[in-house]
Design a binder for this molecule. Structure first.
Ligand SMILES: Cc1ncc(COP(=O)(O)O)c(C=O)c1O
Length: 379
């Protein structure tokens, strides 16, 4: 069986976890959490990074930070994970779903503009597959209409747009270190506050159950107390220790994924040239982190049959998001199937192929051979 995903494990995770335990500070904001914060701030160039228990909790924090409330609207793609929308809904606000761009499957800036009303408070762009949204257009729209931008960069860690790291371009960025992502600690995430000042100070408080405990720990106040709303969003230092080991292998992980991605592109190009499928596109101003490798088949039926065929050949390939507007929760907000035809069409034709650091180039050849066989094309 060729697995769809397998986390990269360096030899240092256990050593650092053991060290974290021997330091005796197992809760949040210990030695390794600080090292991770420094690493993210310095390497990805942002003014404030805070580890969280997941990207979902980073998004929840972001929704609190931008003061979302009942009656507000937030524009986001429908082609995303539930957490992007949940963060908004949990504050009583409404997710407004926009179409995606056919080439990158990222939110279409033209549809953002069409969906802006006097209730719109923010845009939550999602960087699909580790390839950036059109951030120049999104930032310019946000400036014109005075909107906040929260990047859902769950899949975009260590990827770039015009030389800037994803998650550091909007007002706030949210990262994921979930087991399925490129850099992992089991369950984990980070919130990036890309401006100095009040937002960063408030983020610390919201993350510490609404208390000013971080200021107390730094000796800035003589006792700590309840000063805002918040929850427990900080992960154990044991998880941060695991994550730090992964950060030390940032480039190695990226390079292995890149070689697999490029091998798929090279071997599958003849099928694209014959019009049998469509390959993903990385715009010139984007540097991918090669998080997902997907192909688009010509019809939903072809996608489903190929997925079955690969499964029977021991290859785990899979579909991706069910568009949120067509989900049971989406319908509760008044959305219907047919509202976003391109999103629905792409979702039904997309197939993700295995990509992880444990995959050998000969595994890629084997997977591609199965696809050629299914398409009845000679290798
Ligand atoms: C776009 C997007 N946002 C948010 C999340 C949630 O990340 P986490 O599992 O770290 O909460 C995911 C997870 O796959 C995702 O793909």
């Amino acid at each position: 069986m060729i697995n769809f995903n397998k986390p990269f494990i360096t030899n240092k995770e256990l050593k650092y976890i053991q060290d974290a335990i021997s330091r005796g500070k197992l809760s949040g904001d210990g030695y390794y959490t600080k090292k991770c914060h420094e690493f993210i701030e310095k390497s990805f160039r942002t003014s404030k990074a805070l580890l969280t228990t997941s990207c979902s909790s980073a998004l929840d924090m972001a929704a609190i930070l931008i003061d979302l409330k009942e009656g507000d609207e937030v524009i986001m793609p429908s082609y995303t994970f539930v957490s992007t929308a949940n963060a908004v809904v949990l504050r009583g606000a409404k997710p407004v779903f926009a179409e995606i761009d056919e080439d990158t499957l990222n939110i279409d800036p033209k549809d953002i503009v069409r969906k802006i009303t006097n209730k719109t408070k923010a845009i939550f762009p999602v960087h699909y597959a580790g390839v950036s949204c059109d951030m120049d257009s999104i930032i310019s729209i946000a400036k014109s209409y005075n909107l906040m931008v929260v990047e859902d960069a769950a899949q975009g860690v260590n990827a770039k747009y015009n030389g800037k790291y994803l998650g550091t371009i909007g007002d706030i960025g949210c990262l994921s270190f979930h087991e399925t992502k490129n850099y992992v600690c089991g369950e984990g995430g980070a919130i990036l506050i890309n401006q100095d000042g009040e937002l960063a100070k408030r983020a610390e408080i919201i993350r510490e159950k609404g208390t000013n405990r971080s200021q107390f720990v730094r000796g800035e106040v003589d006792k700590y107390t309840w000063v805002d709303i918040g929850s427990s969003y900080l992960p154990s230092d044991i998880l941060a220790a695991m994550l730090y080991a992964q950060f030390e292998n940032l480039d190695e992980i990226n390079n292995i994924r890149k070689s697999i991605y490029n091998k798929y592109l090279e071997l599958l190009r003849p099928l694209e040239n014959k019009g049998l499928l469509k390959l993903p596109l990385i715009p010139k101003n984007c540097e991918s982190n090669y998080h997902i490798f997907y192909i688009l088949l010509n019809t939903p039926n072809e996608r489903d049959l190929l997925m079955q065929e690969l499964k029977s050949n021991g290859v785990h390939a899979t579909f991706h998001y069910i568009p949120l507007h067509s989900s049971p929760m989406g319908r509760k907000f008044g959305y219907r199937e047919g509202d976003l035809p391109l999103t629905e069409d792409i979702s039904a034709r997309l197939l993700r192929l295995p990509i992880h650091t444990g995959l050998k180039l000969c595994d890629v050849e084997c997977i591609v051979q199965s696809i050629f066989k299914y398409m009845k094309v000679k290798v």
